[in-house]
Design a protein. Structure first.
Length: 138
């Protein structure tokens, strides 16, 4: 669920996020939300097994703030603190798709940096596009 919440932030869906956050808070009262991050050993496992079991670490508890701007700030702080993914060979060789393929094949959690890097800081840019404009597919 933290990844799904992150996509609300990436897509800037404030109203939808509020409903999602309320539903999670109401439905999953005893659930510990977690987010997996690679560590320095992940490169040894990412291409041959589920690296989530063999390496990395879980960030928990992942809390869902009340507002989308609070969530964006929270995600940005987590992203800045846990940048261990930069040691992966596929990223050093500028082939990030390899990690996505390995994640899909071995069912390793997707590295959060893939979507966290697309969350814009609500404090840096006071002028945001309206939600309707951001989601227009035409």
């Amino acid at each position: 669920m933290p990844m799904l919440a992150g996509w609300y932030a990436v897509l800037n869906l404030a109203n939808d996020y509020r409903a999602f956050q309320e539903a999670v808070a109401r439905t999953f009262t005893s659930t510990n939300l977690q987010l997996w991050f690679p560590d320095k050993d992940t490169d040894n496992y990412l291409y041959s097994t589920n690296a989530g079991y063999a390496s990395g670490f879980n960030f928990h508890p992942f809390r869902l703030p009340q507002t989308l701007d609070e969530l964006k700030t929270y995600i940005i702080r987590i992203h800045e603190k846990y940048q261990t993914y930069t040691d992966l060979s596929c990223l050093r060789w500028q082939l990030p798709v390899i990690a996505l393929i390995a994640s899909r094949h071995f069912r390793t959690p997707i590295i959060p940096a893939y979507w966290q890097a697309n969350v814009c800081d609500p404090q840096q840019n006071g002028e945001e596009k309206p939600e309707e404009e951001l989601n227009n597919l035409d």
